[in-house]
Design a protein. Structure first.
Length: 478
């Protein structure tokens, strides 16, 4: 019976010919005991329901409150009111679920994003969050479509892993041992041989190493799954649980890798712009409103849609790490001692440095390549200079690092030398080294943080507002 309903989005596009339809949704507002704005999440536009005066008694009308759910049958007619072409002249209204107006936390007024984070179980019911999560869906769908069209294989890498040699971040331990009295080795350490998997295990920080194994047969694969980092970074760009997309490609060098990443980012942005134009317009206005609170020099030069258009039509800047350091050292920002962290060849670029390059200097996304080997992971391919590796980070305005990738070291001797230097035990990664022993090929890949991408496209400033239920230090509610 419920599936005969028509969604609000379809209804708003219907011809007002008096036909009878049934809609269901949640009341946003109810005016003059007559006009109900009903929303069902298919669009941010509400359908106006007209409850003819005199048809319902006061006791019933009192139940039509913000947040209540309704089933309404009526006739689709042209609307006399402003703002909508059609409205529904109700013949039958049923309250599916009451909502006590006194207690309902979401009043029809503006709430702060901070407040909405505390009631994340209800925030889907706001225009901002419905728009964000519809766009997030579109981007996820576009990710699969992009790789599918290119013949990549979607690979599910393990979430529980025993490999802890990758060094991408702090890990969460997975264990069924009793905390208060774990089994111990004769030396007194926790004896993980007694644990569920017979060894110490963690939640994955990246599926890359496993992705490489598959790419050495399937040629081009991608992962799209949750990753976990127990880093204590309370920033607007870090989550303890986030989703990452990691393509890994045989027969790719660093150049091919950059080209793919750029094409990929454009593709998914374009997809969202084509399929979620209305939501993005809404988010564009929301951001403009939010930025009105900021001092002039803190506001973005481009609006959200302008920024996305710009990214679609302009190639990313490509520079080497060494060039990046020179730009920073020559900047007046540096000379005026405005950077908090030191700048010299060899440093890991801090977010203030990345943001300077992207937002002040180039004013567009930047791909930085050729990082010092010492600050990058063991699997990145050594360049001929013996000092830098074929790494690439993509930095985006307002976000900083959005992609981290590299050409992988395919030469067994170089790889093992690097592992030795970094004290990574080869026995633990013997399976990984097999790919270099048997039919090794040049290959490359990258990781794109999905939430950072959603931030970029929706213009949401805090990463906690683009994932339904954020996990951050001291917070795992809902
Ligand atoms: P950062 O320097 O910003 O912490 P990272 O160098 O640790 O990033 P990588 O290990 O290269 O990042 O991970 C690949 C991508 O995953 C990053 O480019 C970013 O988009 C995303 N990412 C990394 N850590 C997080 C996190 N804690 N929360 C959300 N996204 C993240
Ligand atoms: Mn990190």
């Amino acid at each position: 019976m419920f599936n005969t309903r028509v969604k609000v989005k379809a209804l708003l596009a219907a011809a007002p010919a008096g036909q009878e339809v049934t809609v269901m949704g949640w009341v946003r507002t109810f005016r003059n005991n007559q006009f109900i704005a009903l929303n069902d999440g298919s669009t941010n536009q509400h359908i106006q329901i007209v409850a003819p005066l005199g048809q319902y008694d006061d006791a019933f009308l009192k139940r039509i409150t913000t947040g209540a759910s309704l089933k309404v049958t009526g006739n689709v007619v042209a609307s006399l009111g402003k703002g909508q072409a059609v409205e529904l002249k109700a013949t039958h209204i049923e309250v599916l679920g009451d909502s006590d107006a006194e207690k309902y936390p979401l009043q029809p007024k503006k709430h702060s994003l901070e407040f909405l984070r505390e009631i994340a179980h209800l925030r889907f019911r706001t225009n901002t969050f419905s728009a964000v999560f519809r766009v997030r869906h579109a981007l996820a769908f576009a990710v699969h479509q992009f790789f599918h069209e290119k013949g990549f294989i979607y690979l599910n890498t393990p979430i529980i892993t025993a490999s802890d040699a990758e060094g991408a971040g702090e890990m969460f331990r997975v264990s069924t041992l009793p905390f208060d009295n774990p089994p111990r080795t004769p030396e007194g350490a926790v004896d993980f041989r007694e644990d569920f998997f017979g060894k110490a295990t963690n939640l994955t920080v990246s599926g890359q190493l496993e992705g490489e194994l598959a790419a050495m047969a399937l040629s081009e694969i991608y992962t799209f799954g949750p990753t976990f980092r127990a880093e204590n970074s309370n920033t607007t760009r870090h989550l303890a649980e986030f989703w990452m997309i990691e393509p890994e490609m045989a027969f790719y060098d660093i150049e091919d890798n950059m080209n793919l990443a750029e094409e990929f980012i454009r593709y998914i942005i374009r997809y969202a712009m084509e399929h979620n134009a209305e939501d993005l317009q809404f988010l564009d206005q929301r951001l403009a409103e939010e930025e009105k609170q900021l001092p002039q020099d803190k506001r973005s030069e481009l609006g959200l849609l302008q920024k996305l258009e710009f990214v679609l039509s302009n190639a990313f800047e490509r520079i080497t790490y060494t060039e990046a350091i020179s730009i920073l050292l020559e900047s007046s920002h540096y000379k005026k001692k405005k950077f908090k962290y030191p700048v010299e060849w060899g440093i890991d670029l801090q977010s203030e440095h990345e943001r300077y390059l992207v937002e002040k200097h180039f004013k567009k996304p930047v791909i930085v390549t050729g990082y010092p080997a010492a600050i990058k992971a063991f699997y990145m391919r050594m360049n001929d200079d013996g000092k830098t590796v074929a790494a690439m980070d993509i930095l985006a305005p307002g976000i900083g690092e959005i992609v981290g990738g590299s050409q992988r070291e395919e030469r067994l001797d170089r790889l093992t030398a690097r592992m030795e230097a970094m004290h990574i035990p080869a026995e633990e990664l013997d399976w990984y080294l097999d790919t270099r022993r048997f039919g090794t090929v040049p290959h490359a890949g990258f990781g794109l943080g999905f939430e950072r991408m959603v931030q970029f496209v929706t213009g949401m400033t805090n990463i906690r507002d683009v994932i339904p239920f954020p996990r951050t230090p001291k917070n795992a509610s809902f």
